[in-house]
Design a protein around this ligand. Structure first.
Ligand code: GLN
Length: 190
């Protein structure tokens, strides 16, 4: 299996490190030909407006939408969760998303109280809590039918999954704990 990490902006290197630590073949995706070779994709944390703008500039916006809508397994973390949202609240004016996950996401949702925080979070499917790092993080405001909530913080879903699409509001790539990536990879059909 070949996992791509969308490498337009954000913490790409951290995701590549976690994936290769798990023994997975992982590579950067910056153009359509690289996307075409992927069996699964990671949308990293960073700045969703920048990632979307860059994707538009390199002609990846529409190919990403098409692949995701066709069932490409995707892990989106923080900005990646924003990008996966079918509906976005508090986006920048005209900010596009890729969609693919039937959720409403509120961008920078935790930002009004504290910009960044860390907490130990129980995640469905994992035996022990995950040390979750939230950085200007979104939360999920509403989930559509069939979307499973894996974790909540401040009363809002912060990890959700539907089929092979998993999104977290936090950054499982920054603390080197590979369990969220493993959970994602378990959902990728082989
Ligand atoms: N750490 C992050 O990925 C922050 C996400 C950022 N607030 C956004 O809207 O894209």
């Amino acid at each position: 299996m070949r996992v791509g990490v969308l490498a337009l902006q954000g913490d790409v290197r951290e995701h590549l490190a976690v994936l290769s630590g798990l023994g997975v073949e992982a590579s950067r995706v910056r153009r359509v030909a690289e996307l075409d070779r992927c069996d699964a994709l990671v949308l990293p944390g960073g700045e969703s407006t920048t990632i979307a703008r860059q994707a538009g500039l390199v002609g990846l916006l529409e190919p990403l939408r098409v692949r995701i809508a066709a069932g490409l397994p995707v892990l989106g973390t923080c900005a990646g969760m924003v990008l996966l949202a079918d509906r976005l609240l508090d986006g920048a004016p005209g900010q596009p998303t890729l969609g693919g996950l039937d959720v409403t996401v509120r961008r920078n949702a935790f930002g009004r109280q504290v910009d960044s925080f860390e907490t130990d979070l129980a995640v469905a499917g994992l035996a022990d809590p995950v040390h979750a790092v939230f950085i200007r993080a979104p939360w999920v405001e509403e989930v559509g039918p069939g979307v499973e909530v894996l974790a909540t913080a401040a009363g809002h879903p912060v990890a959700v999954r539907r089929g092979a699409v998993l999104a977290t509001a936090f950054h499982p790539e920054v603390d080197g704990d590979g369990r969220i990536h493993e959970l994602f990879l378990q959902g990728v059909p082989v």
